[in-house]
Design a protein around this ligand. Structure first.
Ligand code: FAD
Ligand code: MLT
Ligand code: ZN
Length: 475
């Protein structure tokens, strides 16, 4: 594209979206680099539409001219899905100005939020109506609900409440040619043909742009109990989960695995984080129970169940949060693990999931290989063990060369993902595909699945303008 040509295009785009909402050059930098700084792209322009009509006009404009459009929410995702390629020919469409809570219906237990609302704003809007929106991630202060739905985000409450997909009653989506598809205000029961909403959840902006969503709300949790528990090993963590679910009337909302190294790194790198237990142990679990009944004695349930587990040797030690402040401190440790890892040096990330029953065997098998073949790395396997989802990450070992550590990325990834596949698991549990894992999807997805995905893409986006090269290679 010549300079004059691109100037004319951006001027025309400015006329479509509003000049003040179409930016080029300086000021666009933050939209061009992904959260992990894996990709640095370039853009024809960054547009920040303020209405669904403006999103629709931008898509119609770009569709006619076959200009790629990259939707962007909070730009916190891990697979490079929200940033443009290096060509300088794509338009970034940020949802940040489409950020109104349109309505909260306490009696329907639902609210309608525009895509650009931060996740934390959705949680607060629910709370203001004495309702609860359960999706919770470490990035909730900066990710947007549209991004959460487009990545089908998981987080720390999935065990009890499900993924982002499970929170949806209805969607408003702008299609590639600018038409608006809406199932708002969203019904709990609606069996009128194919479930089209589901197509856009987890599609990472490749099939349409979500502009608003009707979301399910729940009664507010009024009793909460939190414990930081040292367990014998990963198998003990899995066994403890089943015990706690039984013993507490299935009140467990979060069950997060934390290895010793994660405690050490958070204490070292994150101000204010302290080790909750006196003696060190190899593995821990951060467990939370919640109930909408204020009178439910969750602390007692937890204490009793843990006492039994201590006796049987599953649990080695535990600290029960005696107040909200202590509970917050446990969560701060858990949620700071990614940041502590980042501050400690280079890391390799694998967002894997397996049947919960096979996690311990997987960790043991993979650890043997890593111990023998990858001394430059230290394993930090942590996360949503209750969902069978581990962040099976590796950090550069002390004294190891950064270059040699990073040079092993491809073969370590291959070994881990192949092993996950052999165990019947997934190489992307909650972080999506983006640009980073397109080849992984081609390697591990079945032929019928890939063929159907390409068919859907061609049907919904015949010009191939929606987030080109993400999830699937461009046709
Ligand atoms: P973006 O990064 O902006 O976009 C993500 C993808 O969705 C891109 O492909 C983009 O093109 C597309 N997109 C964005 N908005 C729209 C829209 N309105 N319509 C269509 N497509 C759109 N993830 C988890 O699942 N679980 C976790 O526990 C978790 N913890 C995290 C902790 C930290 C500290 C950080 C930094 C990230 C974490 N993440 C986690 C990853 C990330 O926050 C989530 O993937 C989140 O859902 C991304 O939202 P976003 O608004 O930043 O989306
Ligand atoms: C988490 O659960 O902390 C994230 O999904 C993983 C990460 O941030 O690396
Ligand atoms: Zn996670």
């Amino acid at each position: 594209m010549s300079g004059g040509n691109s100037q004319a295009l951006t001027a025309a785009l400015g006329a479509v979206v509003g000049e003040q909402d179409c930016v080029t050059g300086p000021g666009t930098e933050r939209y061009l680099v992904d959260h992990r700084a894996l990709y640095r792209g370039a853009a024809l322009a960054v547009v920040t539409p303020r209405s669904v009509g403006a999103v629709s006009r931008v898509l119609a404009f770009c569709n006619e001219r076959r200009i790629g459009v990259v939707p962007q929410g909070g730009n916190t995702s891990y697979c490079g899905g929200a940033v443009p390629d290096e060509s300088g020919r794509q338009v970034v469409l940020s949802l940040e100005r489409l950020n109104r809570i349109r309505s909260v219906e306490a009696s329907d237990y639902s609210l309608i939020a525009e895509a650009g609302c931060l996740l934390v704003e959705v949680q607060r809007a629910a709370e203001a109506a004495e309702r609860f929106f359960p999706l919770s991630l470490g990035s909730e202060g900066s990710c947007q609900i549209g991004g959460n739905l487009s990545t089908n985000a998981g987080g720390t409450n999935v065990l009890r409440y499900g993924m982002a997909r499970d929170q949806v009653l209805g969607l408003e989506v702008v299609l590639a040619d600018g038409r608006v598809l809406s199932s708002l205000p969203g019904l709990r029961k609606d069996n009128t043909g194919y479930d089209l909403d589901d197509l856009f959840l987890g599609a990472e902006g490749t099939l349409g742009i979500i502009t608003a969503a009707s979301l399910k709300l729940l009664p507010l949790p009024r009793a909460v109990a939190t414990a930081f528990i040292a367990v014998r090993d990963v198998a003990a963590a899995v066994a403890l989960l089943a015990r706690l679910r039984d013993a507490t009337g299935d009140r467990v909302t979060s069950f997060e695995l934390v290895p010793r190294l994660a405690v050490e790194l958070t204490v070292k790198h994150i101000p204010g984080v302290v080790d909750p237990l006196e003696a060190p142990h190899d593995w821990y679990v951060l467990c939370e129970l919640a109930s909408p009944r204020a009178a439910e004695p969750l602390d007692e349930f937890l204490e009793e169940a843990l006492a039994g587990a201590l006796e049987s040797g599953l649990v080695l030690d535990a600290a029960l949060a005696r107040n909200a402040h202590q509970g917050t401190a446990f969560w701060r440790l858990r949620e700071s693990i990614p940041e502590a890892q980042r501050r400690d040096g280079a890391s390799l990330k694998h967002d894997i999931s397996l049947p919960v029953s096979r996690l311990a065997e997987f960790v043991a098998r993979a650890s043997i290989w890593l111990g023998a073949q990858f001394q430059e790395g230290r394993l930090i396997a942590y996360g949503h063990v209750g969902d069978g989802n581990l962040h099976f990450n590796l950090n550069q070992a002390p004294g190891a060369s950064r270059e040699r550590f990073l040079a092993r990325e491809a073969d370590v990834r291959r070994t881990i993902h192949d092993l996950v596949h052999d165990f019947g698991g997934s190489f992307s549990a909650e972080h999506g595909i983006g640009r980073l894992k397109v080849d992984e999807l081609e390697r591990y997805a079945s032929q019928p699945k890939l063929a159907l995905m390409h068919l859907l893409k061609a049907a919904l986006d015949p010009q191939g303008i929606l987030n080109p090269g993400k999830v699937l290679h461009s046709a």
